[in-house]
Design a binder for this molecule. Structure first.
Ligand code: ADP
Ligand code: TRP
Length: 330
């Protein structure tokens, strides 16, 4: 194996079983990046607390998410996989970085404004600091590359500004991270309107059995103008066709022609998609079942990841404290 190109860090809040949006938008890239980068991935359980919903589910959802990630190909031999709160250094660095972050930088973020609209009765201190904690997640490992969705762009820009400020005051200690955006920024749900998301219940789980995949795919919204089998369809406005682009690479040209000429109807088109999705994830389902048979193994992998993450984190944190001039322990 040649030298790696750099270090990747990314995380996602524990949301339980992963769906096609998570897979195409994030997991697939996580897996691919392992070849060329030193990767560090984590379950952002602390970030989940900012919305304080479903806290009783955090353990279960952390487990289910880690299970999906591992079955999808995150390889603990190559990659550090851990739970955010298991490296407490991140909270310490968050406190330090918060002192360097003007409040205005945080309150003007579109992501913050959106949350204020969504939960006006719970605009907590942690919510304002969400991007500072995210900055700590990244710089604690001196990561140079951060795979994220486009919605995270303002957070990455903020992380870069915080790093520049730190380095200006205390010397070149921290690394300015670059975002690496996914090719599938917005996978639509089965409604064909909104981003696929568990909370909208418009999702298809990657661990779903073929029958459940079929049931969900058959409910997918297609070209609204195609109200009858004999009316030609417009693949460019059809979400089913978008999925064929990924899951049916060999058939996609034929499907496009057949849809435009009404040689194929939406029902057959969806049947084919359901089959191809189910086939694509068949090896995944098998690996997942094998992993799920030994839950302790998942927790062990996460514990080992935390040990490896902590080794890096404590070193970087010590450098940060020394650069600032905080008095050492003796
Ligand atoms: P988080 O709350 O941490 O963003 P999500 O489950 O919303 O957790 O997302 C986890 C990852 O999956 C993120 O990188 C996000 O960009 C990606 N993702 C989630 N839903 C979609 C979607 N519908 N299309 C594309 N990417 C998505
Ligand atoms: N905020 C990210 C999201 O909602 C999740 C996240 C937390 C993250 N810390 C991170 C992503 C560090 C990349 C790097 O998707």
């Amino acid at each position: 194996m040649g030298a790696k190109k750099g270090r990747v860090v990314s995380g996602a809040r524990p949301t339980g079983r992963q769906h096609l949006g998570n897979y195409l938008g994030a997991i697939r890239n996580y897996v691919a990046l392992q070849e060329d980068y030193e990767c560090i991935y984590f379950v952002a359980d602390l970030h989940a607390l900012t919305t304080l919903k479903d806290t009783d589910k955090i353990r279960e959802w952390t487990y289910e998410m880690a299970l999906d990630w591992l079955a999808a190909g995150i390889d603990p031999e190559k990659t550090i996989l851990f739970i955010q709160s298991h490296t407490p250094q991140v909270s310490e660095l968050h406190t330090i970085l918060s002192m360097l972050t003007p409040l205005g930088w945080l309150t003007r973020l579109p992501t913050f404004k959106e949350k204020v609209r969504q939960q006006p009765d719970n605009v907590n201190y942690g919510l304002v600091g969400y991007p500072v904690l995210m900055t700590a997640d990244i710089v604690l490992y001196k990561a140079d590359t951060v795979p994220v969705g486009r919605d995270q762009a303002p957070h990455l820009e903020l992380a870069r500004e915080i790093v520049r400020r730190f380095n200006y005051h205390f010397g070149e200690v921290l690394v300015e991270p670059q975002a690496k955006y996914t090719d599938f920024p917005k996978v639509l749900g089965i409604d064909g309107q909104q981003k696929m998301s568990k909370s909208l219940n418009n999702h298809i789980e990657i661990a779903a059995e073929p029958e459940e995949i079929r049931e969900r795919v058959m409910r997918m919204v297609t070209d609204p103008q195609r109200t009858h089998r004999h009316i030609p369809g417009r693949p460019e406005v059809c979400n089913v066709f978008t999925f064929h682009g990924f899951f049916s690479p060999d058939d996609v040209e034929q499907i496009e022609q057949d849809c435009r000429t009404a040689r194929i109807g939406c029902v057959d088109c969806k049947r084919l998609l359901a089959q191809n999705i189910a086939d694509y994830f068949a090896p995944f389902r098998e690996r997942r079942a094998a992993l799920a048979a030994e839950p302790d193994h998942i927790w062990d992998v996460l514990a080992d990841g935390a040990r490896r993450a902590t080794a890096i984190a404590s070193q970087v944190l010590a450098e940060v404290k020394e650069a600032i001039g905080l008095p050492p322990v003796r």
